[in-house]
Structure formats: structure tokens, C-alpha cells
Unconditional design. Structure first.
Length: 433
């Protein structure tokens, strides 16, 4: 738009913040230098997005695969560990061949050569019609000196400095307008000029900036990248199994098996036995195909879960069991999220202790759901559906009760595992000091 309006407003100036890297050709870039200024923040990928850069990244990736001298599954296991720059160089020497030592007789390399030749022929045929595109106008590159976003140095950059895509954890986050506004507001040009004793700042290579010798890789969230990834994965799997079991218990209708003796008109008879859960029960049906006929009708479970009838009113123990089941689900979801994040983030001692406390509370809450055995349905009382009939009831654990016990064991094992991880991380920190 600025280029189109330039002939109408000769004094027009345009400031482009983090523009894409495929806007103008070289001639138009030279023309726009007099009225367009582009700002690029550190590793921002958008100003580096251009067809030629994408092709170069693809070729480098294929070439790097050819240099790998260990099995790929071992390489994937090694690259998950976060290391500093010195360890990274040593690891690269251990897993990569030198470029000149790359074997040329492998099937992969032959396919790579064939692909390159095809791409070269296509590029030659399209060279007359294709145009290389760049960032418009003059370019101010904001370099993050400390690597933490606390101090940026601006300098006049050339278009050639953005001819490759830099892969880093901040390549996406650097493309954000809000932080860029704050960065530009906080830059003190007078201090920068005094420190360099001139008004021009040039860097031969932005990656040669002085950094702390003990600096580490600043990646934060990388799936299965922690040093204790294996143990954390086992812990997360146990938590996942536990919450699935708790979910089945909460929504089932076979927590306990109820047997009762009903007193009617002075006569006692066995009440049909049913299975009952937190929010429903398993109704009965006639076992005979012809329906219920006669006094000797045999009843069996209908294998479906039905809600309690309107006449049923839950007592305090039933409500408490429901509440503890709900609390178990809520705490379990929190534990599930934290445990899986532990495979991506290096948890500190406080985080592991917090997770272990949550898991212990979850274990206690899961155990307290067995208060349902103190409900009126399982004691000598009156029939909750026919209040005039006194009954003597007895309850025994059914399928969902066994599942609840297994869930409690899983929650306890997970809590113990989180406690051990907190202890292990604490020892590692103490040894490092």
C-alpha cells in the first residue's frame, strides 16, 4: 500500500513490523529503502519464510539424515535430553559423520541424489519465470543479547542475513506484535551509541555474541524430553489407568450386591437381590422367555443401568460417597495433567511434592467412597421404595467395588512414585550444589 501511495504522497514513510520475507523482488526492495523500514525480532520465522529458504531447509534436513551414523531410534532417544552448548557439540560428534565421510553407495543417498537432480532441472526450467523475494525496505534486526528477552540490540541488517530459516524454540513466539512494541519502547539508543562509540552497529554473526559459559538450552515444553522421561511416563500411565477406573466406578451401577429379607404381614421372605451404584441400579427381569407367571418366577439382572425411581431419597452416606467420587475425579484430572506435563518439563522438588500431596488426597477420597456400605440400603431399616415394609439388608462388594479398590491402589502407587521423584530430584539438586 505504501508503494502504491508513494507517488501521491512523496513524504510518506512506512514502518513494517515483522513483515513476511516474500514480498518484494530485489529491484523493488532497493526502491523502497527510501521510505520503508522493516523490523525483525531475533529468530522470527515469518520474515524468513520464502520458497528458496524452505528449499534450503529441506535440503539441509535430508543431508543431515544421510550423516547420521547410529540407528534412528537411538538418535530420537538422545535428542530428547536437554544439554548445554558444549555437550551438544560432543553429542553431534557422536551421532553424525563428517560431511566428507557420508557414504555415497547407500540406497537413501542414491534416492537423495535423484531427488536433487530432479529439483535442479525443475529450478533451471523455472528460473526464467521465478523471482526471488525479500523483506521490503531497510531492515532493523533486534538481537536478543542475553537470550532471555531482557536486552535487545538493534542494528541495520542486510537482506542476505535472512536467507535461511532458524529453527529454535522461539521462532514462533518471536512473531508477536505486543512484545515488539514494548521492546522498541525500552530501547535506549543513546546508551547503545555510547557503549559502541559510534552510530553504527554491525555484527559478523549474531550467533557469536558473548554468552555465559554455563548457559543451557532454554527449551521449556518438548514432549518426552526430560531426563527422567521413562519413570515419568510410567507414573503418568498409572495415573491415567487410575482415573479411567475411577470414571467407571462413578458411572457404574454395580458397586455392591444387595441381599435383603422383607417382612410382610408377619411373614419373612427373601427380597430379589439387585446390584446398586452411586446414581442407579440394575433392574430385574424375568428369566423365563414367557414372562413372569406364578409364584416361582425366577428373576435375573437386566444388564442395564437404570436411574433410581423418584420415590428413592439418598441418605447422608450415599451423598457423601457421591461427593467423594466427584472429588476423586476432580483431583484425578489435576494429577493427570501434572503427571503428563512432567514428561515435557523438568519438575522441581516443590512441583513433585505438590503432585504427591494431590495424589494422596485422591487416594483418601477414593477410599472414602466405600462409605456407601453404611447407607440405609445395606443396613436393617425399611425398604426405601416401600417405606411400610421393614427389611434386613446385607451388601457385598460387586464389580464396581472391586474396580474402586484397584483404582485406590493405583492412586496410592502413583502418590508413592511422586514422593520418590521428589526425593530423587532433591538429592540431585543437593549433589549439584
Amino acid at each position: 500500500l505504501a508503494t502504491m501511495m508513494r507517488h501521491i504522497y512523496p513524504r510518506l514513510r512506512c514502518f513494517a513490523f515483522e513483515p513476511p520475507g516474500c514480498v518484494y523482488d530485489e529491484a523493488l526492495c532497493n526502491f523502497s529503502e527510501s521510505f520503508i523500514t522493516s523490523f525483525v525480532r531475533h529468530d522470527d520465522i515469518v520474515p524468513r519464510l520464502a520458497p528458496a529458504n524452505a528449499d534450503a531447509l529441506r535440503d539441509e534436513f535430508f543431508e543431515l539424515l544421510a550423516r547420521v551414523k547410529i540407528p534412528k531410534f537411538k538418535l530420537f532417544r538422545d535428542i530428547r535430553d536437554i544439554v548445554n552448548d558444549d555437550d551438544l557439540s560432543r553429542r553431534n560428534l557422536a551421532v553424525l559423520r563428517a560431511t566428507e565421510s557420508t557414504p555415497r553407495d547407500t540406497q537413501y543417498y542414491q534416492q537423495l541424489l535423484k531427488f536433487r537432480n530432479e529439483r535442479t532441472e525443475k529450478d533451471i526450467s523455472n528460473r526464467s519465470t521465478s523471482t526471488k523475494l525479500y523483506i521490503p525496505g531497510k531492515i532493523i534486526h533486534l538481537c536478543d543479547v542475553n537470550g532471555d528477552g531482557s536486552f535487545y540490540i538493534p542494528y541495520w541488517a542486510t537482506r542476505c542475513e535472512f536467507n535461511e530459516i532458524i529453527l529454535s524454540e522461539r521462532m514462533i513466539s518471536d512473531h508477536s506484535a505486543s512484545p515488539l512494541v514494548d521492546i522498541l519502547k525500552n530501547i535506549r539508543l543513546d546508551e547503545l551509541y555510547d557503549s559502541t562509540k559510534n552510530h553504527s552497529m554491525k555484527f559478523q554473526n549474531q550467533f557469536e555474541l558473548i554468552q555465559d559459559d554455563n548457559s543451557h538450552d532454554q527449551r521449556r515444553v518438548v514432549c518426552f524430553s526430560t531426563r527422567q522421561c521413562g519413570r515419568n511416563f510410567v507414573l503418568s500411565s498409572i495415573v491415567t489407568i487410575a482415573i479411567l477406573l475411577s470414571f467407571l466406578v462413578n458411572n457404574g451401577c454395580e458397586f455392591f450386591y444387595r441381599e435383603a429379607v422383607v417382612s410382610r404381614n408377619g411373614e419373612k421372605r427373601n427380597d430379589p437381590s439387585i446390584r446398586i451404584g452411586f446414581y442407579g441400579y440394575e433392574p430385574l427381569r424375568c428369566a423365563a422367555e414367557g414372562g413372569c407367571k406364578g409364584n416361582n418366577t425366577v428373576l435375573e439382572g437386566a444388564r442395564v443401568c437404570a436411574p433410581f425411581p423418584p420415590a428413592f431419597e439418598a441418605d447422608g452416606y450415599m451423598k457423601a460417597s457421591r461427593a467423594f467420587s466427584f472429588v476423586t475425579m476432580c483431583l484425578g484430572c489435576v494429577s493427570l495433567v501434572m503427571s503428563w506435563f512432567s514428561t515435557c518439563l523438568e519438575f522441581k522438588v516443590k512441583a513433585w511434592r505438590g503432585l504427591s500431596i494431590i495424589l494422596l488426597f485422591t487416594t483418601a477420597s477414593q477410599g472414602l467412597v466405600f462409605l456407601i456400605f453404611r447407607t440405609d440400603l445395606c443396613t436393617t431399616s425399611r425398604n426405601p421404595l416401600e417405606s411400610t415394609l421393614p427389611i434386613s439388608a446385607h451388601c457385598s462388594v460387586s464389580v464396581d467395588g472391586v474396580i474402586a479398590a484397584c483404582a485406590g491402589v493405583c492412586w496410592f502407587v502413583a502418590a508413592a512414585g511422586a514422593c520418590l521423584m521428589a526425593r530423587k530430584v532433591g538429592r540431585t539438586k543437593a549433589n549439584s550444589l
